[in-house]
Write a protein that binds this ligand. Sequence first.
Ligand code: GDP
Length: 384
Amino acid sequence: LADEDRESRPRLMLMGLRRSGKSSIQRVVFHKMTPTETLFLESTSKINKDNIHSFIDFQVWDFPGQMDFFDPTFDTTAIFGEVGALVFVIDSQDDYMEALARLHSTVVAAYRVNPNITFEVFIHKVDGLSEDYKIDTQRDIQQTTTDELADAGLENVQLAFYLTSIYDHSIFEAFSKVIQKLIPQLPTLENLLNILCANSGIEKAFLFDVISKIYIATDSSPVDSQSYEICSDMIDVIIDISSIYGRAAIGAKSQGYLEDQQDQPEDWTHQQDGHDDYENSNGGGHGHSQAVVSNSSRAGSLNNQPVRSGGNHEAFSVIKMGNGTVLYLREVNKYLALICLLRAETFEKQGLIDYNVHCFKEAMDQVFELKRAERTRREMEANQ
Ligand code: GDP
């Protein structure tokens, strides 16, 4: 079952030299750690199979130590065989020659085993660099890497480069781009989001992985980082409030009132403190606090309540902003939430929007067939 669930999730591997920032990235993106807290992190020393309740299957690997391609017992097939994206982190504030050498040998080894892998290079910690220096560094790293690959006869291998930092949204935006490449259904999802926006007067719609705040799809209108940031902040607010109120659901409707509820959906488990679960490869959702956002009008749950036509029974939340913009969040499945930005006037026709969102969700379910996987999971749990 775990395998079945896993197959439908994009698989991502994070690699790089020690102290390049891998654990920090993992903690900030998946465990809500603040960037300054990462200053006190111990360096990654073993493989981290981070079993998070996220849409994204995420592993962290470390150099040197774990990876020795010259060791004959080193099983590159097992490691790279099923990976979707290999993200290599380079500390841009440090001398990066060794990192580039490791990147090269990694790409060569991985490509041999799995030519479908996408190679992504995070030129990381750029918060410490001036604008000019950033550009120079990227150009230098890009040039050196592609030259060396060409020398090795691998000029067809494509590498993508990103400037990242955990101190701003750049790390999340980079991951969004990386993840989007791994979702074969992306054009369909974008199309569905376009239809939703066009028919509902929505200005911008994002499909977010709730735990990581990485968006996996958006409609084809241009993404401006402000609207992305505001949506990702909305997820934080909602998760925070859910944590404060424990299992009480939130009906953060226009007035922003909160309401306790008895019958709670079990979705959106999230790890409140990554510290305990950090190296636990079988966390599996146990012992995590529940973060639930829910409809304030009634206690509905996606898990034990079939979605009825017009579907008004899933978690949702509304934030109305001073400038006349409404942020509307709706749960899509156990990993994903839809966040829409729209004008307050448009939101007056919430019934229409809800209906369209419902149709969108139905289509999403068909695209991912998550329903089926979820049913199996529940059956398994019931039998335990
Ligand atoms: P790992 O060994 O690759 O897991 O590296 P760590 O995650 O332990 O990070 C090493 C150090 O880099 C820590 O002190 C982090 O605070 C710091 N660091 C990580 N990411 C960034 C970043 O984006 N900017 C800056 N300035 N420092 C970072």
